[in-house]
Design a protein around this ligand. Structure first.
Ligand code: DGY
Length: 325
């Protein structure tokens, strides 16, 4: 054992990030473990650590903190940190950091990939093709809907929402958005997005993109009542967080064609998936891949490492979530 602060990196990451961290820290890594740490194991591993780098979606609750008396920093390698009990961290003087901005464009690309795939029925058509069903071009088959010149509704015009909106210019779309606070006029002008009320957003969107944080207020914001207010031709895309959508209500709406389709990257209780989605053709499903490109994951890991290092060596962490001490 040496005198360096001890840190835990909970999931496989880039070797260069680990080597860099090893210059200053005693690092416990999981480079050769494919499975995530379960809660009990994470709790036991944190007992002697000064810092931890968490992967997206990993849970850190008050009971784990209570069992980690040395812990000073929780560096989440994700922009979303809803699975970390930030209030409990603050109360114990533990800094929480995250990785905003570096993934904006990559996540916006994914939102567009899901929107285009759902609109043009790409995954459904591929399953049909692979099953040997295609008999040649038939004018009446596999009709999708046009994305160009349609109305794009965005719920949450934050950093990623703006990147999604900017892409709409190339498709000649009208962009409307709703967020609790209206964004500055310059941002509205740059994204060509008009602020509307929540009900108007639901009623007018041909494509409704969800890109807002998951909080008690956004829990099941898109449930049966909201889905009933959408156009029957509308397509819903969620690249934000599971739990914002009531998955059972969405399955019901998709099954009964109360909306036309959906593109989903996130799910309630993921990685568990509501079986009902698997029976539907009008939904495109991806396993939380929003930020999953090599370049962006490297940028996220580097930023998480910078936060960790700064917090443990008296520096200024670049992207904190809370204030401590
Ligand atoms: C995030 O950073 O919050 C993403 O959802 C992880 O891919």
């Amino acid at each position: 054992m040496n005198g360096k602060p001890r840190i835990l990196v909970t999931r496989r990451t880039f070797d260069e990030v680990l080597s860099d961290l090893r210059r200053d820290f005693e690092v416990e890594d999981r480079q050769h473990e494919a499975r995530p740490l379960d809660a009990a194991l994470l709790k036991s591993r944190l007992a002697d650590k000064d810092g931890v780098m968490l992967a997206p979606g990993e849970v850190l609750d008050a009971s784990m903190l209570a069992a980690a008396p040395r812990l000073k920093v929780v560096a989440v390698a994700a922009v979303g940190y809803n699975t970390v009990d930030v209030a409990a961290c603050t109360a114990r003087g533990v800094l929480v950091t995250h990785t905003p901005d570096v993934l904006n464009n990559t996540t916006a690309d994914m939102a567009w990939a899901l929107m285009l795939a759902a609109a043009r029925r790409i995954t459904e058509a591929e399953r049909w093709l692979r099953a040997g069903q295609w008999q040649g071009i038939n004018f009446g088959e596999m009709w999708g809907v046009d994305v160009h010149h349609a109305t794009l509704g965005i719920l949450g015009l934050g950093r990623i929402g703006r990147a999604i909106a900017r892409r709409a210019a190339g498709f000649d779309m009208e962009v409307i958005y709703h967020s609790r606070r209206r964004v500055d006029a310059e941002i509205e002008a740059e994204t060509r997005a008009s602020h509307v009320g929540f009900d108007e957003l639901l009623a007018r969107s041909d494509f409704l993109m969800l890109i807002l944080p998951y909080t008690p207020q956004s829990h099941h914001l898109i449930g049966a009542a909201a889905l009933a207010r959408m156009k029957a031709s509308a397509i819903l895309v969620n690249v934000a967080r599971g739990g914002i959508v009531d998955d059972a209500a969405l399955i019901d709406a998709l099954r009964n064609r109360r909306i036309a389709g959906a593109g989903l990257d996130v799910y309630e209780g993921e990685p568990a998936l509501h079986r009902g989605f698997l029976e539907l053709d009008n939904v495109v499903l991806s396993p939380h891949l929003g930020s999953a490109t090599a370049a962006t994951r490297l940028a996220m890991a580097r930023l998480a490492a910078r936060n960790l290092r700064a917090a443990l060596t008296g520096g200024v962490p670049p992207t904190p979530v809370n204030r401590v001490g």
